[in-house]
Design a binder for this molecule. Structure first.
Ligand code: BGC
Length: 761
């Protein structure tokens, strides 16, 4: 059977629709939201005409919600977070939005202050960091990216939106769409990994999921693609650090996922902490106005990241708080998060003529427009419904979806000798290592309901026969040894038939501000693994991590490795589904796992250089490579195995040329030669052999998941056209020249034999 897919054109890439998204090219901007904005336009004009400059500054000021949450749990301490003080500010019109407070009843009470006790009664907007679920926790975004499934990402975002909106939240600070090519960076875990195409497809899917088809609907959540821009390119993977790059790289790699998110209808974005080529993103008019507004026509509002406008001072870009507010506002930051600088300085900045009133009014209009688009002028209590909250929060279908998503996010790196799946009975299993504990949510799960989470132990016990021989030995803490831990672990391994070695990172190791110099399993756990190996038992590694790691020794050499990331509420059952073979692993790496830490930053789509490394031994000198490691990944981007070997035929190209306005079909036969059904992810890679700017050795241009029954063969076909082949050219426009192209249909970014064609004008 031949599968045909729509062309992965540049429009598809930039428009945020992937090969998997059936609804691509269909604008998901909500008609109801547009209608609400139009209906309220004259009301917004009238409000702006009546507002004092202090009230205007207030609409542009956002603070932590001090009523329902102690925000210092996820951010630096907010010294101003006093409920009485903030209530008073709401009465005076000095606050337009609050964030990270959750709960329907509380939302109603707080909204009442704004509606009934402030002069103009403008509804507050409630935002929150709902990154991968609210009470029901879904896999961390990097894990979910490993499912390579836009539909799944859309569904989990929708479920998160339902729980959040019912809990009185209007906006989420997600999705994070920063392309992340340096695994030392702690925030890799929050995004979709290293690839532009996959990142763009998932950015659009997540926006569609959060916002739903109608932004005014009770269960819609305004999406905020962040952090604009290039935050993921921090030098040395050091959080908040400088980024500096060519305009082509910025536009060709870091901006497309944002564009995809905005084209999918996102009406807000967050300005990043970092500088870009010498100009901090939060004071960067070129990014925030020239590109975002003038080129892309973005109509939503820009919120600063937590005090990022105040940080213009530390950057050495602003003299003081007043100057920082001026620079940020003029650059295009509409709303200030937490610093209070807009309230403090906008009145004086306007009075002295340093910021035109028209600039302030424009930002106020953008914020009020979004409030209107969300339906807040029609229903200011939108979402503040405790009954809906009870229904939606931890709904059984959300937990079922969490289990499905967790299962699909796991990547099997190896399975030597077919050690997996494990039999359900007759084997004594020792589960060893700290990653067998309950730390399964990962970062940004402020409200995640731990009482509903199912641990690995509970998941395994539920899947095994009662009384099955299953022992748990922690052996080590994530970053420190436990006295006697190794001895206990080795003893347990000796008396077992198979060892499940659960090692890797803990949540605090993989989050904001948690950059790592060495991306390895910490030494105490590595020592545990080496000791357990001496027991000589078949070993399955469960690798908990929020980034790609360089695996070493007994962990790398284990019989099987499952990358389990942080899987969320249904971690345990999802892993049991895979370990005992009820489902075949189907995840694929969204980040390259390197041989050694020192290869960072590493991404599969690197340039060839003038002296490309020869991947095949013997090692030649004077090539682009390290002494200690090949210039390749240990486990490449796109890699992942299932419970059945899949073979690929040759990549077939229907003709030797692609005409300028034509299309060309590329296809391959894939066969499941195993005895269990599998889901294979066929990946389309392209290389532009000669161009006016050098091009990467391979670039992902499409992918397709196909189910293969045992013994089944399917032909999978993709269609390419000229647009698909475009790159960000020397004039900073998408471009392509006639010439030769290599093309692969392959199971990952490092394998397969290229076929080719020529693009002719
Ligand atoms: C993070 C943002 C987050 C914000 C609000 C910042 O530290 O960079 O991603 O949305 O805090 O919690």
């Amino acid at each position: 059977m031949t599968l045909r897919t729509p062309s992965p054109s540049r429009r598809a890439l930039l428009g945020g629709a992937g090969l998997l998204a059936a609804s691509f090219m269909v604008s998901v901007r909500s008609a109801a939201a547009q209608d609400a904005r139009v209906r309220h336009a004259s009301r917004i004009d009238a409000l702006i005409a009546r507002m004092t400059i202090e009230e205007k500054a207030g609409q542009l000021s956002l603070f932590n919600d001090p009523f329902r949450f102690r925000p210092q749990e996820v951010n630096p301490v907010d010294k101003d977070g006093d409920p009485a003080r903030v209530a008073d500010m709401i009465r005076k019109g000095q606050v337009g939005s609050l964030f990270n407070g959750v709960g329907a009843a509380g939302a109603r009470t707080i909204q009442d202050i704004a509606l009934k006790e402030s002069r103009l009664g403008i509804p507050l907007l409630f935002a929150a960091d709902v990154i991968h679920g609210l009470y029901t926790v879904f896999p961390v975004p990097l894990a979910e990216a490993a499912a390579w499934d836009a539909g799944l990402a859309e569904r989990t975002a929708r479920a998160a939106a339902r729980e959040s909106a019912a809990s009185g939240i209007h906006q989420t600070y997600a999705p994070m769409v920063d392309v992340a090519r340096d695994q030392r960076w702690g925030r890799v875990v929050e995004g979709a990994g290293e690839d532009v195409f996959l990142g763009s497809v998932l950015a659009a899917a997540r926006v569609r999921g959060f916002q739903g088809p109608d932004l005014t609907a009770k269960n819609a959540l305004l999406a905020t693609p962040k952090h604009f821009a290039a935050y993921g390119a921090a030098e040395a993977g050091l959080d908040y650090n400088t980024t500096d790059m060519s305009e082509q790289r910025l536009r060709g790699v870091y901006l497309p996922p944002f564009k995809a998110g905005f084209d999918a209808g996102a009406l807000s974005t967050m300005s990043a902490f970092n500088e870009v080529n010498g100009v901090p993103a939060t004071g960067n008019g070129w990014l925030l106005t020239d590109i975002l507004r003038d080129e892309w026509g973005f109509e939503g509002y820009v919120v600063s990241d937590y005090t990022s406008e105040e940080e213009l001072i530390a950057h050495g870009f602003a003299e003081d708080g007043r100057d920082a507010a001026r620079i940020a506002l003029l650059a295009g930051v509409d709303m200030s998060m937490v610093s209070g600088l807009y309230n403090a300085h906008i009145p004086d900045l306007v009075a002295k003529g340093d910021v035109p009133m028209s600039v302030v009014d424009r930002s106020v209009r953008r914020v009020l427009n979004v409030k209107a688009a969300l339906g807040l002028f029609d229903d200011p209590y939108k979402g503040s419904d405790p009954d809906a909250e009870r229904r939606e929060v931890n709904a059984p279908e959300h937990h079922a979806l969490s289990r499905e998503a967790a299962r699909k996010s796991v990547v099997m790196l190896k399975n030597d000798g077919g050690v997996l799946p494990l039999p359900r009975s007759g084997k004594r299993i020792a589960v060893i290592g700290p990653a067998s504990d309950d730390d399964v949510f990962g970062p940004w799960t402020i409200w995640g309901d731990r009482t509903k989470a199912v641990s690995l132990e509970a998941g395994l016990r539920a899947a095994l026969a009662p009384g099955a021989a299953l022992t748990f030995v922690r052996g080590s803490d994530p970053e420190a040894p436990i006295e006697g831990g190794i001895d206990a672990a080795v003893a347990a391994a000796r008396s077992a038939d198979v060892v499940i070695l659960a090692v890797g990172e803990s949540t605090p190791m993989s989050a904001e501000a948690q950059s790592r110099a060495e991306i390895v399993v910490p030494a105490p756990q590595q020592a545990l693994a080496e000791a357990v190996k001496t027991a000589g038992k078949p070993t399955v590694v469960l690798l908990r991590t929020g980034r790609a790691l360089a695996l070493e020794g007994a962990i790398r050499d284990a019989d099987a490795i499952l990358v389990t990331w942080f899987l969320g509420s249904q971690h345990g059952p999802a892993l049991a589904d895979l370990l005992f073979g009820d489902h075949s692993p189907s995840g694929r790496l969204p980040v390259s796992f390197p041989h050694v830490s020192g290869q960072q930053p590493f991404h599969y789509d690197h340039k060839p250089t003038g002296r490309p490394a020869d991947p095949a031994p013997p090692r030649e000198e004077y090539r682009t490579q390290f002494r200690e490691a090949p210039h390749s990944a240990a486990f490449p981007f796109g890699h992942g195995l299932g419970y059945g070997p899949v073979t690929y035929g040759a990549t077939e190209v229907e003709a030797s040329t692609l005409s300028w306005d034509g299309r060309i079909e590329i296809s391959v036969e894939v066969s499941n030669v195993g005895v269990r059904p599998v889901e294979e992810t066929v990946q389309l890679y392209v290389r532009d052999r000669v161009a006016r700017l050098t091009r990467p050795v391979r670039e992902l241009k499409g992918f397709r998941k196909v189910r293969l029954e045992p013994g089944q063969t399917r032909r999978v076909a993709f269609t390419l056209d000229r647009k698909t082949l475009e790159y960000m050219g020397p004039e900073n426009r998408w471009t392509v020249e006639p010439g030769r192209f290599d093309v692969w249909l392959a199971p990952d970014a490092q394998s397969g034999v290229a076929a080719g064609f020529a693009l002719v004008r």
